[in-house]
Structures are given as C-alpha cells and as structure tokens.
Ligand binder design. Structure first.
Ligand SMILES: [Zn+2]
Length: 80
C-alpha cells in the first residue's frame, strides 16, 4: 500500500477510536441520567409477537427521557 493510503487509513482508524471513546462517554452519561431522571415520560413498549424471548417479554416500558428500560416491577420501584 502507498503512503497516502496509509495516512488516510490511519486517520480513519483514529476516528473509529474517537467514536468508540465518545460512545463510552455517552454510556456513562446515560447511567448518570438514569440516576437523576424522574422517569416521568415512560412509554409502554410494543412486544414483538415474533420475539418470544423471555427477556423481551419482561421489558415492557421505556423512559423517553433517559432511555432506561423497565419491567412493571422495576417501574413501580422507580416511581416510589
Ligand atoms: Zn428516566
């Protein structure tokens, strides 16, 4: 491979790394958001009838503010 390709490829990989770091940072922020969120805007998730996976069936609510998923029980606890 020529030098120009190598430089571009290096740049490309550097951006990949930055994106991955940003995703990690975003996950941390989301965790902090979950902790302080009042979960006022929770929507009921539609269960995909083709997905009969137990985990999917238990996940029934999603907070549209912090993006956390709740089961019915978890939601009760979170709202108390
Ligand atoms: Zn929330």
């Amino acid at each position: 491979m020529n030098e120009k390709y190598r430089r571009l490829k290096q740049k490309y990989n550097d951006i990949d790394k930055q994106i991955s770091n940003l995703h990690a940072e975003q996950r941390e922020i989301r965790n902090l958001m979950e902790q302080v969120c009042t979960h006022e805007n929770v929507i009921k998730m539609d269960i995909d009838p083709f997905l009969h996976i137990k985990v999917e069936e238990e996940t029934k609510y999603k907070c549209t503010d912090c993006y956390r998923y709740f089961t019915e029980d978890e939601l009760k606890v979170a709202k108390d």
